[in-house]
Design a protein around this ligand. Structure first.
Ligand code: SF4
Length: 349
C-alpha cells in the first residue's frame, strides 16, 4: 500500500499533480491496494445496490453525441400507459427507483415533463431518479424559462433526484470532439449546483475511455470534488467506460483497457476520499467479473439491478439486461463482502 497517499487522501490533500503522477508512475497493484484500503476505512465492507429500472422514454434525439449508439435506433416514443405498465412491472420485483430519461427533442418542454412526472408520482410510490443536466438545459430552453425555474418546477412535480449523466468529460476541448452540441462544462456544473441548492440530490458521473487524456479525467474529477465541497449534493461517483459499438467514436477509439478501468475506479477513490464516499462500479458496462475486481480497487457500490438498459446494450454492453437481487447478492458474497440494499439517497434498507 502507498501509505503516504492513503493518509493524504483521508486528509483531503490529494492534488491534481499527485493524482496524475500516481496514475502515470505508481505500481498499479499498490494503487489498487491503496484504494481498497481507503474504501475499507471510509465505508467498510458493505457493497450497496438499489433495485431499479431504467425507462428510456424515447430514442429520438437532436443532440447527436458521437459516442451514442442509442439515438434513432428503434424510433420509439413510449406512451404514458407504456411507462405506467413498465413501472408496475418494476415494482412487482421490488424496485424502489425508476431512472427516467431518454433522448432530447424540441417537443419536450417543461409541461411535458412536469405532467409525466406528476402522473407517475400520483400513481406510484417510487423514487423518481430522472433526467440529467442536458435534459434540464434543453427543457428550459424549449420553454423560455431559466434552468433554475425548470428544476424548481420539476422538483415540485415530484422529481426526487436527478441523474449526473451528460457530464461525459467536463473539459470543453474534449466535449467539442465527443459531444459538440451538448451543454458545456460550466452549464453542466451550474445546473447541478442549482439542483443541489433546491434540495435535489444528484449522482456524479464520468464517461471515460474515448479520446480524452488522464489529465482530462483528473481535471473532471477535481471539478466534481469542488462542487461537492460547496454543495454536498452528490450521492455517489459513477465511472462509466466508453463502449464503442454502433457509434462514430468507436471507429477511432478502442476504449479503455481493463487496467485503465480499474485505475479510474482506484484514483477516484483516492481523489474523493471522504468527500464523495460512494464509488460505484457499473456492472452494465464492465461485466460481472470485472465488477468484482473493481470492487477490490476502491468501489463500494454496484448500482442497480437495472431492468433494461437500452443505452448500454445499444453500445455493445452485453450485460445491460437485468441482474436479479439474488444474483447481485451472490456476486458480492462470492468476493467476501456484504450485500446491502439501499435507496437512491443511500439510506440502507
Ligand atoms: S447520448 Fe443522449 S443526448 Fe447524446 S445523442 Fe445519445 S440520447 Fe442524445
Amino acid at each position: 500500500m502507498l501509505e503516504e497517499i492513503y493518509y493524504k487522501s483521508l486528509d483531503n490533500e490529494i492534488t491534481p499533480n499527485i493524482a496524475l503522477e500516481l496514475v502515470n508512475s505508481a505500481n498499479q497493484f499498490e494503487l489498487f491496494d491503496t484504494a481498497d484500503q481507503l474504501r475499507k476505512t471510509i465505508v467498510g465492507d458493505k457493497v450497496t445496490y438499489v433495485v431499479n429500472k431504467a425507462i428510456d422514454i424515447t430514442d429520438y434525439c437532436m443532440i447527436g453525441c458521437k459516442f451514442c449508439s442509442f439515438r434513432n435506433h428503434e424510433n420509439y416514443w413510449m406512451t404514458e400507459e407504456e411507462i405506467d405498465e413498465s413501472i408496475v412491472q418494476a415494482k412487482s420485483v421490488g424496485a424502489t427507483e425508476i431512472c427516467l430519461f431518454g433522448g432530447i427533442t424540441e417537443e419536450m418542454d417543461i409541461n411535458y415533463y412536469c405532467n409525466l412526472i406528476k402522473n407517475i408520482k400520483d400513481s406510484h410510490d417510487i423514487c423518481l431518479h430522472a433526467l440529467s443536466p442536458a435534459e434540464v438545459y434543453q427543457t428550459a430552453k424549449n420553454s423560455g424559462i431559466t434552468t433554475y425555474e425548470a428544476l424548481k418546477m420539476l422538483r415540485d412535480a415530484g422529481m426526487d433526484t436527478m441523474t449526473g449523466a451528460s457530464a461525459e468529460i467536463l473539459v470543453d476541448s474534449v466535449r467539442e470532439q465527443i459531444c459538440p452540441n451538448k451543454l458545456k462544462t460550466n452549464e453542466w456544473s451550474q445546473i447541478v449546483k442549482e439542483a443541489h441548492d433546491l434540495g435535489i440530490l444528484t449522482t456524479s458521473t464520468i464517461m471515460y475511455g474515448s479520446v480524452e487524456s488522464w489529465e482530462d479525467r483528473i481535471e473532471h474529477m477535481f471539478i466534481l470534488k469542488e462542487i461537492q465541497e460547496e454543495t454536498q449534493g452528490f450521492t455517489e461517483f459513477v465511472p462509466m467506460t466508453f463502449l464503442g459499438e454502433n457509434n462514430e467514436l468507436g471507429k477511432i477509439s478502442n476504449g479503455a483497457t481493463g487496467i485503465e478501468d480499474l485505475k479510474v475506479h482506484a484514483i477516484s477513490r483516492i481523489i474523493f476520499g471522504k468527500v464523495i464516499p460512494n464509488i460505484q462500479v457499473s456492472w452494465v458496462k464492465l461485466g460481472l467479473r470485472m465488477t468484482q475486481v473493481a470492487l477490490n480497487c476502491g468501489a463500494n457500490d454496484i448500482g442497480g439491478t437495472m431492468i433494461e438498459d437500452k443505452i448500454s446494450t445499444a453500445a455493445g454492453g452485453g450485460f445491460g439486461g437485468y441482474l436479479s437481487t439474488d444474483k447481485i447478492k451472490q456476486l458480492i458474497t462470492d468476493i467476501g463482502r456484504i450485500p446491502q440494499e439501499r435507496t437512491t439517497k443511500y439510506e440502507l434498507l
